[in-house]
Design a protein around this ligand. Structure first.
Ligand SMILES: Nc1ncnc2c1ncn2[C@@H]1O[C@H](COP(=O)(O)OP(=O)(O)OP(=O)(O)O)[C@@H](O)[C@H]1O
Length: 252
């Protein structure tokens, strides 16, 4: 379990103290306007940047206490902008962070519809294809560690993993993330700009604005039209869906 104990940052960008847990088996969506601090928060949750206030702990240990190798076996980050200098073959790139073996790699490639792209150079791929490759790489990293340590779980952090995907791929990506949480007992943290994806697939939502978490809870509690209108400075209309968070649409 990942826990924040009044964790935050002082340096610009600053993050106001946050308290809370991210638990295995759940999908947590982090939403908020541009510049709200979502990527900064994800960087702190992943241990690439340490909290300057209270600690962030993973399974009871401060992230600072983890060695890079041990941490790489427990959490994987899919960043918003991945370096793409070298024209890796897709098959080689996906196992760069860890190789879980041919069967597991083939399964991950199948899940992300990459099998037919395995021999291609990554620079020749479309934006959406490349985005799926980076998710596959993170899944291979965690699967390799799970196999070596003979356990389930892991923390998967993704920064806007659907930003380049068509709606079909968005649905398949979000369904995959849900399955990984439920069936593999992973904790999935996902920065999303699409509030309807957050409403449909997340168990909980954190709404960020100006470096602060301004609301958190179930999607139906957090994603209220009035709150979003104020936070995003947007005019929205909500279409009711029985038992679920309303479907949000821009007013013309
Ligand atoms: N090194 C830095 N020095 C000063 N300000 C920074 C630095 N890095 C980021 N910022 C600022 O901190 C704020 C939060 O950035 P962050 O990338 O976390 O936002 P975000 O919510 O992920 O935004 P977006 O939705 O546009 O991706 C932004 O205003 C950004 O310009």
């Amino acid at each position: 379990m990942l826990s924040l104990h009044h964790a935050g940052l002082i340096d610009p960008p600053s993050l106001s103290p946050l308290h809370g847990d991210v638990t295995p088996g759940e999908v947590l969506a982090i939403v908020g306007p541009n510049g709200a601090g979502k990527t900064t928060l994800l960087t702190m949750l992943s241990g690439f940047r340490y909290s300057q206030l209270g600690p962030v702990t993973l399974d009871g240990w401060s992230l600072e206490a983890w060695t890079p190798a041990a941490l790489a076996g427990r959490r994987a980050l899919v960043a918003q902008f991945e370096p793409s200098g070298f024209d890796w073959r897709v098959r080689d790139l996906v196992v760069l962070g860890g190789d879980p073996g041919p069967e597991a790699v083939a399964e991950i490639m199948r899940q992300l519809e990459l099998a037919c792209l395995a021999e291609r150079g990554v620079l020749s791929l479309s934006g959406g294809e490349r985005q799926r490759v980076m998710v596959a790489r993170a899944l291979c990293q965690l699967a390799a560690a799970r196999r070596d340590q003979n356990r389930d779980g892991g923390l998967l952090l993704l920064d806007e993993p659907t930003s380049a995907l068509d709606i079909g791929q968005q649905q398949r990506m979000m369904r995959l993330l849900r399955r990984l949480a439920v069936e593999r007992h992973m904790a999935v943290v996902c920065v999303l700009h699409d509030l309807n994806l957050a409403a449909t697939y997340a168990d909980r939502v954190w709404l960020m604005a100006a470096g602060k978490r301004v609301a958190h809870g179930a999607p139906s509690q957090v994603l209220e039209v009035e709150r979003l209108a104020l936070t995003y400075r947007v005019e929205l209309q909500a279409l009711d869906r029985a038992g679920a968070a309303p479907w949000l649409a821009l007013k013309p």
